[in-house]
Design a protein around this ligand. Structure first.
Ligand code: MAN
Length: 676
């Protein structure tokens, strides 16, 4: 039981407060008559004022709140309609048909190309009559030559021409070297088609079934670089170590493909860390040795030997020109040669270039040898195709093809003449001119096309080469120049694509095989366009959902009431700071020295407590407090006509509590609670 003051219905007194000598009710009826004065006018006026103020605030606020809720309702409706429309648009967008069509063209192209390539090799007499082992040797030599020419070398170590020749016949194999039989496989056509189509359409050669060959610029794409890739200096150390003191690592190779450069640089770095060992495996080294001892390499070996001697002579000569001490050998040299440092260095670098060229050829040839040793089960037909297209991709001219063939097939040269010459100097082809032929069951080797080339060669270049060699033989001491053909070694040059080399002409049907590049390009653009549209649509839908508080609408609070505060900032000054909170964004504490502000966190959520009707906004994960937590801020909202921050406080270090007035809190529940 309580006693209610008659003019103050909200004031309930416990019965013990009656007649206790304290005036509780404003009209004094809780005490005996005459004790308390009637002060109801005064008291009720203040109460009435507060009540009136609250009521006014509520009415204005509730009005605004309702307006804003209506706005949000409209907005939400519009957004949902838009989303629906975009959804429909989205379902009509499908890049798949374009992808499919492009793929069909590619597959078709690859199939037709393969047929053509197969018939080309089948009908060609170029390699007719050759045995499996001869074809293998021929391929190794083609790789050696293309390696020297710098054609399609992958970092200068494996024979790219052979890989591409494999692709032509539907064969693809391991990535890092040729020694992985398990990875060699006939590739499922669609994948291979992409690769082959890309290679031909772009003239940019890739050989793995990775995304990279689709032309994306990644740093580690596996691409067969064509010419212009700088040599790996460490390579030469494998054979001759006399350039160890030369640090001229920054040769200008004219290469301006940054990706390729980066790739190369990375590779070189690895090698530099591994100076003495290089990064060849024992097995690879063994195969390089084998290539070095093949008869085709005789000239190269003798060149390398001579080169080593010459470099030593040059070193001695240069030394004697700088020291006064009478070193007999040096003096002898010095009198023989007028020491021209510049000329000597030029000769030295010339020798070095050739050495590196030869080394690259050894490695490329060795990779092919390695490949054959790991893949013994290849058929004669497959081998012929590999050899045939290695010649094509290796860009061998007819004369080089002939030279490889006479080294691969017994009986096409006089071995005595050749080997004795190779020890000194002389045309390595001395034993082969005039060109010989052999007859195998009616098949003449080499084929007529090569014989014609060989005859011409023997008539012209061979004698020139021999003369050059003889001339070199006669000059004593250090030469002033290292001409092509010095000690029998002629640096091979890639055949001209559009020239009239008979072999290149033979490959013309393949080189000019029609490719629907534009059609595919269009389809790929279409696919790209569709995908972009999809991305754009999905982005718009995502934004639209976000604008209305997510799919469940929760982020916008009850009935979407946060919508009117969305992205708005409110600030208040307190002490020496200005506090600024932005709904859905960040909160800051600013002062004079720190105009940019200290972060008090990012907006996290709004809590609505149904029991108390309290609304609280949270910002979390602000700037770390010295020896304390990350800064955070909470804003407590009470009903009012405006949206404004009333106060800010820091009850615990780096924890900020703000009071805010906002019409979003002026709901029916508030009205009831406050008895308005
Ligand atoms: C700054 C302000 C203060 C806070 C201290 C804590 O001065 O952010 O609000 O208490 O850092 O070191």
């Amino acid at each position: 039981m309580t006693f209610a003051c008659p003019q103050q219905p909200n004031l309930h007194l416990p019965l013990s407060h009656l007649s206790d000598g304290i005036c509780d009710c404003c009209n004094g009826v809780d005490e005996d008559v005459g004790i308390c004065p009637d002060i109801c006018d005064e008291v009720l006026k203040a109460e009435r004022e507060t009540h009136a103020k609250l009521l006014k605030g509520y009415e204005l606020g509730s009005n605004k709140r309702n307006q804003e809720l209506f706005k949000f309702k409209q907005f939400r409706k519009e957004k949902l309609e838009e989303i629906q429309q975009w959804k429909t648009e989205r379902t009509s967008l499908d890049p798949q048909p374009s992808i499919q069509q492009a793929q069909e063209i590619k597959v078709n192209y690859t199939q037709e190309r393969k047929k053509m390539a197969e018939s080309l090799v089948r009908t060609s007499t170029l390699l007719a009559g050759m045995t499996t082992s001869e074809l293998q040797t021929m391929t190794v030599l083609a790789c050696q030559l293309s390696g020297e020419m710098g054609i399609h070398t992958d970092g200068g170590t494996t024979c790219g021409a052979l890989r591409l020749a494999g692709l032509e016949g539907g064969l693809l194999w391991g990535e890092d070297n040729y020694n992985d039989k398990s990875t060699m496989r006939i590739v499922p056509n669609p994948d291979l088609a992409k690769l082959i189509f890309h290679n031909t359409a772009e003239g940019e050669y890739f050989w793995t079934l990775q995304e990279e060959y689709q032309g994306k610029t990644t740093t580690n794409r596996r691409r067969l670089e064509e010419e212009g890739m700088p040599e790996d200096y460490e390579d030469s150390h494998d054979y001759d170590d006399h350039f160890g003191d030369d640090d001229d690592d920054d040769d200008d190779d004219g290469e301006d493909d940054h990706t390729a450069q980066d790739h190369y640089k990375k590779k070189r770095k690895v090698n530099n860390n591994n100076k003495n060992n290089n990064n060849m495996s024992e097995l690879e080294k063994e195969f390089v040795e084998r290539v070095k001892t093949m008869s085709f390499s005789d000239v190269r070996r003798s060149f390398l030997k001579r080169s080593t001697e010459l470099v030593e002579e040059i070193a001695t000569a240069l030394k004697s020109s700088t020291t006064d001490e009478s070193d007999e050998a040096a003096e002898e040299q010095a009198t023989k040669n007028t020491v021209d440092r510049e000329a000597f260095n030029k000769v030295k670098s010339n020798l070095r270039t050739k050495e590196m060229t030869i080394t690259k050829g050894f490695k490329s040839g060795a990779s092919a040898l390695l490949f054959f040793s790991a893949n013994e089960e290849l058929s004669l037909e497959q081998l012929r195709s590999l050899t045939f297209y290695t010649i094509y991709y290796g860009k061998l001219a007819a004369v080089q093809t002939w030279q490889a063939m006479i080294a691969a097939v017994d009986g096409l040269k006089d071995t005595d003449v050749d080997s004795s010459n190779a020890q000194t100097c002389g045309s390595p082809w001395a034993g082969s001119c005039p060109p010989k032929t052999i007859d195998r069951d009616g098949t003449v080797i080499p084929s007529s096309v090569l014989i014609k080339t060989a005859e011409e060669y023997c008539l012209n270049q061979a004698t020139i080469a021999m003369d050059a060699c003889a001339q070199v033989q006669e000059t004593d001491g250090i030469p002033t120049d290292i001409p092509d053909g010095y000690f029998g070694y002629v640096t091979p040059v890639a055949v001209e694509e559009d020239g009239d080399d008979p072999i290149r002409k033979m490959f013309a049907p393949l080189a000019s095989f029609p490719i629907e590049k534009e059609a595919v390009q269009k389809l790929e653009e279409e696919k790209e366009r569709i995908e972009q549209e999809i991305t754009a649509l999905e982005g718009k839908m995502k934004d639209a959902w976000k604008a209305i508080g997510g799919k469940d609408g929760k982020k916008m609070g009850p009935k979407g009431e946060l919508f009117s505060l969305a992205d708005q900032c409110f600030s208040v000054e307190a002490g020496k700071y200005t506090y600024e909170v932005c709904v859905f964004k960040g909160a800051k504490q600013k002062d004079g020295d720190n105009a940019g502000g200290t972060s008090l966190g990012k907006f996290k959520r709004m809590d609505y407590n149904e029991e108390t009707g309290e609304r609280t906004l949270y910002w979390e994960n602000g700037q770390q407090c010295w020896n304390g937590p990350a800064r955070s801020a909470t804003v407590h909202i009470t009903c009012g006509a405006e949206n404004k921050i009333l106060s800010a406080d820091e009850p615990d270090t780096c924890r900020y509590v703000l009071q805010m007035e906002s019409y979003i809190a002026c709901d029916d529940d508030y009205k009831k609670r406050m008895g308005l």
